[in-house]
Design a protein around this ligand. Structure first.
Ligand SMILES: N[C@@H](CCC(=O)N[C@@H](CS)C(=O)NCC(=O)O)C(=O)O
Length: 196
């Protein structure tokens, strides 16, 4: 399997960490990809021109990160069912939404000042603050072990620290900060550090 990957993409990091967690990473060749410079070969894998995407011989390619995560969990025979699964997917949705807001804010900040929207910046930053408040109010306590939901949340929080250090959420949300400090020290998180 080929995983089209960018080390600065929190969605791609989520998928790679999940594959490692499921012991499937040896089946995966990581293909470093810059989606904004996508060539025709990559566009046939993902017409949306986004990472991550996953291709396998004889199968249609898979995207986005949520679909790839389901595929990996099924392949490993480790997928949950029922209410437990719904809660895991909800926590992943929160994490992915945090990534969406953070990535959008980062992209907006790269536009020339006169073209930036203060309205959208405020909406994305407010969404981030409410989402971390939601983690602090209970979601972070519900993370029982390392798996899709905790991986997704760890990737989202670390992306905010990496790209939006001005958000400075740790002092306001100490339970979440303590959880983040624990998971960021993991070897797999260190090995997929997007910095540098
Ligand atoms: N919903 C998608 C989001 C993926 C995404 O937005 N990836 C970004 C990198 S962080 C990308 O490839 N952007 C290129 C573009 O938007 O053209 C997923 O979960 O995989």
């Amino acid at each position: 399997m080929k995983l089209y990957y960018s080390k600065t993409s929190p969605y791609a990091r989520k998928v790679l960490l999940l594959a490692k967690h499921l012991d499937l990473d040896n089946d995966i060749e990581v293909v470093s990809t810059i989606p904004l410079e996508a060539d025709d070969a990559f566009l046939t894998v993902n017409p949306l021109s986004k990472v991550p995407a996953l291709s396998q011989a004889g199968e249609t390619p898979l995207f986005d990160s949520r679909v790839i995560a389901e595929f990996l969990l099924d392949r490993a025979g480790m997928n949950d069912t029922g209410r437990n699964k719904t809660e895991i997917l909800k926590r992943q949705a929160l994490a992915d939404g945090m990534m969406d807001a953070a990535v959008a804010a980062v992209m907006e900040s790269k536009r020339v000042d006169a073209e930036q929207s203060a309205y959208w910046m405020e909406r994305w930053h407010s969404a981030l603050d409410r989402s971390i408040a939601c983690l602090e109010d209970g979601t972070v306590n519900a993370l029982e072990s390392w798996g899709l939901d905790s991986i997704a949340i760890a990737c989202a929080l670390d992306y905010i620290c990496f790209r939006l250090p001005e958000v400075a959420w740790q002092a306001k949300y100490p339970n979440t900060a303590a959880w983040y400090e624990r998971v960021i020290a993991r070897e797999d998180m260190q090995n997929t550090n997007p910095r540098g």
